[in-house]
Design a protein around this ligand. Structure first.
Ligand SMILES: Cc1cc2nc3c(=O)[nH]c(=O)nc-3n(C[C@H](O)[C@H](O)[C@H](O)COP(=O)(O)OP(=O)(O)OC[C@H]3O[C@@H](n4cnc5c(N)ncnc54)[C@H](O)[C@@H]3O)c2cc1C
Length: 463
């Protein structure tokens, strides 16, 4: 039976960072991946956050095809899936560091990125075993995890097991750290990978003009288009527990509808893009601070711990950060000779004090914002016309002052909706973010609304 200091399960970004860091700390480390090759089992493309380039020096060595995304756009569609309003914006001077001022995301194929990270882990000394499924955990008489058992029945012992086995973490479950995800903690994302010629994309889009897009409509939850080195991805998702309400039963049917109509169809046609692969993935999207991320002899990292961002479910950076933190704590715990749950509590303290804890401090508010706006198609029956009417004053239909008057009177009818909206989704965020001026303004607005309500004015609400 093989014996290691650290057994890492999963060869995604979390696993590779854990294996790389543990090996650099001098620990005998193995990383076990079920795919035949690293990256085989991942969703096929992703955007890397600029902070990955700020936080991880080794990224400078990365030499894989990618696209710097310098623009983002949001497209609001009506019930006929025709675009009624669109905004596009670029990176901002407000960003704190150069990479974030330069691009929103660096879009790459996961196959390339995961392999790049795994190679770093291997160079650092980690043993990498692919085509091997970790099917269970080994435990000692006190219930402390002492390694894993593979699908071939091989026992792989380790002082510490780091579970980086993704959203459906068998290891977390078997270690007794988690039951199944609750339906409001996990989403199903379906996406289609389109192939297009890069030369044609450069010609039609412009090499410096690549833009990731979001489409919202009353007919399906928000859909994203992410540009990739040889094409793009179109995807949409929803919390598993909300399938029946507002999402329907068949996610692929929504995807088909999105890509076969309106602006997006014209975009696909212009690029002469062809669907290459469909995927369906589970992705944790936690409306609260994750819990139970460690136990005796074990730590959970990345998606296995529920660390995807609660606003947009961006998870690669957090997987990398948590993988690194877990390996650092493993090295300290092993050197102190205490790999019990109390010895590994430090891991939770560390990630809570990191950028992960900071993001999750407003998890509830961000998740509710997303659930109530982007994942709720009903909102767009109201918001799209509101946005569309914003520019009505510029219409040549009548003298502009007459148009402006109509526009303002239309907006005053919608004040109750706007304030309800702000109260439900914006105010809770501002309240948590402690921006006093905005809080006070919203409070005043809300008090004004309550006075109106008391006077018997009927307010429209969603639904
Ligand atoms: C459609 C989609 C699009 C996304 N886009 C982005 C994006 O653009 N940017 C971003 O930052 N995040 C994105 N995310 C989230 C991101 O993919 C995850 O947060 C991230 O991959 C988590 O990394 P991880 O290492 O924890 O897990 P994973 O990347 O899921 O890796 C887990 C690995 O463990 C292996 N494994 C699983 N079980 C076992 C087992 N029992 N034994 C052995 N091996 C096992 C798997 O094969 C896999 O290689 C997206 C997610 C989805 C679903």
């Amino acid at each position: 039976m093989a014996k290691y200091d650290v057994v890492v399960v999963g060869g995604g970004p979390g696993g590779s960072l854990a294996a790389k860091t543990a090996s650099e700390k001098g620990l005998k480390t193995i990383m076990i991946e079920r795919g035949r090759k690293i990256g085989d089992k991942s969703s096929s493309g992703c955007g890397l956050a600029p902070r990955i380039f700020r936080d991880f020096d080794f990224i400078k060595k990365m030499n894989i095809p990618g696209i710097k995304i310098k623009y983002q756009s949001m497209h609001m569609l009506d019930e006929n899936l025709e675009e009624r309003f669109m905004i596009r914006w670029s990176t901002s001077d407000l960003a704190e560091y150069p990479e974030a001022r330069e691009f929103f995301q660096f879009d790459v194929y996961r196959r390339d990125f995961d392999r790049f990270l795994a190679e770093l882990a291997s160079e650092a000394g980690a043993e990498i075993r692919t085509a091997t499924l970790a099917s269970g955990v080994l435990k000692d008489s006190r219930g402390q995890v002492t390694g894993i058992i593979t699908d071939k029945g091989e026992k792989v012992e380790g002082d510490i097991t780091i579970a980086a086995d993704g959203a459906v973490s068998k290891i977390a479950y078997q270690a007794g750290l988690r039951d199944k995800w609750r339906p409001d903690e996990i989403t199903l994302v379906v996406d289609c990978d389109f192939q297009a010629s890069r030369a044609r994309m450069d010609e039609l889009i412009g090499p410096e003009e690549y833009c990731n897009q979001v489409y919202v409509s009353p007919l399906y939850p928000a859909t994203y288009v992410a540009m990739m080195p040889e094409g793009f991805h179109v995807g949409l998702g929803q919390w598993v527990g909300r399938f029946a309400s507002g999402f329907g039963e068949r996610p692929y049917e929504y995807l088909r509808r999105v890509i076969s109509s309106g602006t997006l169809k014209r975009f696909i046609d212009r690029l002469q893009a062809r669907p290459r692969e469909f995927h369906a993935h589970l992705l944790p999207w936690m409306p609260r601070m994750p819990t139970n991320t460690y136990g005796g002899g074990i730590m959970l990292v990345g998606d296995a711990a529920g660390f995807a961002c609660p606003l947009e479910a961006e998870g690669i950076h957090y997987a990398m950060v948590s993988g690194k933190l877990a390996a650092e704590v493993a090295a300290e715990a092993i050197s102190k000779g205490d790999v019990s749950a109390s010895g590994l509590r430090l891991y939770e303290e560390r990630w809570k004090n990191s950028i992960i804890g900071e993001e999750f401090s407003t998890a509830k508010e961000w998740a509710e914002f997303w659930a109530g706006i982007y994942f709720d198609p009903r909102q767009w029956t109201k918001i799209t016309p509101l946005a569309n009417n914003l520019m009505f004053w510029a219409s040549w239909s009548n003298p502009h002052i007459r148009n402006l008057r109509r526009e303002i009177s239309r907006y005053s009818e919608d004040v109750p909706f706007i304030l309800e909206f702000a109260k439900s989704y914006i105010y809770p965020l501002l309240q948590r973010s402690q921006i006093p001026l905005f809080r006070s303004l919203l409070k005043l607005g809300w008090m004004w609304l309550r006075t109106k309500k008391r006077k018997g004015i009927q307010l429209e609400t969603e639904g």
